[in-house]
Design a protein around this ligand. Structure first.
Ligand SMILES: Cc1ncc(C[n+]2csc(CCOP(=O)(O)OP(=O)(O)O)c2C)c(N)n1
Length: 641
């Protein structure tokens, strides 16, 4: 039996010798490579934290002590050691093991994560609750050098340093975010890692100061001041020390013995401590060490070669967006592009290569990205912020306060809008319409396919105010990408199919499911119109009212929560215009979080498929008239599901 399969809970690690822990690390790496090669997932980050996770579990008493993983994509080893090894074949699948920490899954996962830079705030919350409840446990946050570029991490450290409570922050520094890390902080960490003066300095200073004989209080005070002055010269981690943390490190992050020693030391240190651990992303698997960015989040691959399986098919929305942005950048020298640590994920790498001077990767700093764009726009440039829908949630105030209030022409290119698949609840892009629709002056679009995305990008670029376009993750529809991208008339939808029994208003690529559903319904003798609204704001009111009148039955379809989305906008329109005789059904996401799983599986479960739309139309047409309470909106609307 392998060492790994014998571990039922992490207490077993405390009894293991260093040799056994090292053997275990090897087994874990094999298991990680094997299972992620089948399911896909965040391989490189997990390979990098094998020894760190073993040392953390060996030193702390989980789950009494609390361990919080920032972003959480590096929690696989932690899951293997906490009774979930046997579930790894279901990793990231529908109903399976989550790829992120989840309280509902295990008492060892004390805080859900997925978005970056939250761990220190949450850990401080645990530490303060412990103090208030007069409990006695340790709290540790593990945060990467990438996640540390998020402002929240510094807000939390600033507060923790002020409060001086016991709290351990483990900085997992692998010199990588998804891409290369950004800015002065990265340069600072690099100096800490590499400058022998920094790494030797602290121990030497401590031993020197310990040799100073104890004398009267006046002299002691002078010595204290001298210590402080000396610290500035030689103590590493001064930035963290200044924030009120005791800095320990840098430590070789693949040396379990050394890690255990330093973590023990951190455990017995009073006040906030930062343990700086240096690791290699992708450690122990050559393809991932060579291409850590590629193996950050990867689909299934051949473990022997590292070759990714099942590639091919139409170009992704992301890549079509990226290519069109380069074309527009050629025409307009005022166009600048911004990403928050996702140059590849958002398709901006070709733009960055072509126009390095007009491209900004700001680190994991979405709020800054949007206000930076506002500043650039106020000064006459044309910024495009390419951002995942889910991460836009971070910067709604910046959109309202810094962009929309001044009517600044900032383009928000919202990638991964709708169902995202295996990353699950934390990453679904299903709130953006509700968050943006209420912002005065905002133009909101959703292309039905990758060709329309090109047109919408140009529409947004030519608009003299804020505009957002939302498009999904993954492959486009495979439509021809011919001709120049041309601006679309603002607030105008298009009729794709005419019919008299009902009109389906389907947003984004759901248009294609609507067309397939209409085809199937035609076989049943039901004659459906299909409309591509294109704009959620401004809404094509005339078109929608015309088809409401013509058919008397409307179905809206969107990959978005029903509350505040596109269907809500249509419902408001019918209500405002007193169209009591129109029946409306809205298909979208009910008031619940959307789980992980293959996107097609999840869409099917949500009814966001051709078959689902067909069912909805049948129900819409079969619905009996019912009298509504006077307080209800005038349109006779019944939510789907
Ligand atoms: C708010 C937010 N923005 C972007 C991301 C996407 N993201 C996931 S992991 C990651 C890089 C994290 O780098 P680091 O903290 O150094 O961890 P590593 O993967 O290198 O171990 C990014 C940008 C995110 N999860 N949350």
């Amino acid at each position: 039996m392998s060492l790994l399969s014998g571990i039922k809970n992490p207490a077993a690690l405390k009894k293991m010798s260093l040799k056994e822990l090292e053997l275990l690390a090897g087994e874990i790496r094999q298991e990680l490579i094997g299972s992620v090669s089948r399911t896909g997932g965040h391989l490189a980050a997990n390979l990098g934290v094998v020894e760190l996770t073993l040392a953390l579990h060996a030193v702390f008493n989980l789950p009494e002590d609390k361990l919080i993983w920032d972003v959480g994509h590096q929690c696989y080893v932690h899951k293997m050691l906490t009774g979930r090894l046997h579930k790894f074949d279901s990793l990231r699948q529908y109903g399976g093991l989550s790829g992120f920490p989840k309280r509902a899954e295990s008492p060892y996962d004390v805080f859900n994560t997925g978005h970056s830079s939250t761990s220190i705030s949450a850990a401080l919350g645990f530490a303060l609750a412990r103090d208030l409840n007069k409990e006695n446990y340790h709290v540790a946050a593990v945060i990467g050098d990438g996640a540390l570029t998020g402002g929240m991490a510094f807000e939390a450290m600033n507060h923790a340093g002020h409060l001086k409570t016991n709290l351990i922050v483990v900085l997992n520094d692998n010199e990588m975010s998804i891409a290369s890390p950004v800015g002065g902080l990265a340069a600072y960490l690099s100096r800490l890692r590499t400058d022998p003066m920094y790494s030797r300095g602290k121990e030497e200073l401590e031993s020197l100061l310990n040799r100073v004989p104890h004398v009267g209080p006046r002299v002691l005070k002078i010595i204290d001041r001298l210590k402080d002055a000396l610290k500035y010269l030689v103590v590493p981690g001064m930035l963290f020390e200044e924030l009120g943390f005791t800095y320990l490190g840098p430590i070789e992050g693949h040396n379990i013995g050394r890690l255990k020693e330093v973590l023990q030391h951190a455990r017995s240190t009073k006040g906030p401590v930062l343990v700086h651990v240096v690791t290699t992303k992708g450690k122990g698997y050559r393809p991932a060490e060579t291409l850590p960015e590629y193996f950050h989040g990867v689909g299934s691959f051949d473990p022997e070669t590292g070759q990714v399986l099942n590639k091919g098919g139409p170009p992704s929305y992301t890549s079509v967006f990226g290519a069109e942005l380069v074309r527009q950048g050629e025409k307009d020298s005022s166009l600048v592009a911004i990403t928050a640590a996702m140059p590849d994920g958002t398709g901006l790498t070709p733009f960055a290569r072509r126009f390095p001077g007009r491209f900004y990767d700001v680190g994991i700093a979405e709020q800054h990205a949007v206000t930076l764009a506002a500043g650039l726009a106020a000064a006459g440039l044309k910024p495009v912020v390419a951002i995942y829908s889910t991460f836009l949630q971070r910067c709604i105030d910046q959109v309202i306060h810094d962009v929309a209030l001044m009517e600044l022409p900032v383009v928000l290119a919202l990638d991964r809008a709708g169902v995202v698949g295996e990353d699950g609840e934390t990453h679904q892009g299903v709130f953006d319409l509700a968050l943006l629709r209420c912002v005065p002056g905002m133009v909101l679009m959703a292309p039905k396919d990758e060709q329309e995305l090109r047109h919408m990008l140009v529409t947004a670029l030519q608009h003299q105010g804020p505009a957002a376009l939302r498009y999904p993750r993954g492959a486009g529809q495979g439509v021809p990408l011919t001709g120049p991208a041309l601006p679309l008339p603002l607030g105008k939808g298009e009729v794709l199919r005419r019919g008299n029994d009902a009109a389906i208003l389907a947003l984004g690529p759901q248009v294609y499911n609507a067309l397939a559903a209409a085809e199937a319904l035609a076989g049943l003798g039901i004659d459906c119109a299909v409309i591509n609204p294109r704009f959620v704001k401004p809404l094509d009111e005339d078109l929608i009212l015309e088809w409401a009148e013509r058919t008397g039955h409307l179905l809206t379809v969107e990959e978005h929560v029903l509350a505040g989305g596109f269907g809500s906008a249509v419902l408001e329109l019918l209500g405002n215009r007193g169209r009591e005789n129109v029946r409306l059904r809205r298909l979208g996401i009910k008031d619940e979080f959307v789980p992980q799983g293959k996107a097609a599986v999840v869409r099917e479960k949500l009814g966001l498929s051709a078959a689902g739309i067909e069912r909805e139309v049948l129900q819409l047409l079969q619905q009996e008239e019912r009298s509504l309470p006077a307080t209800q909106l005038s349109a006779k609307e019944i939510c789907s599901g």
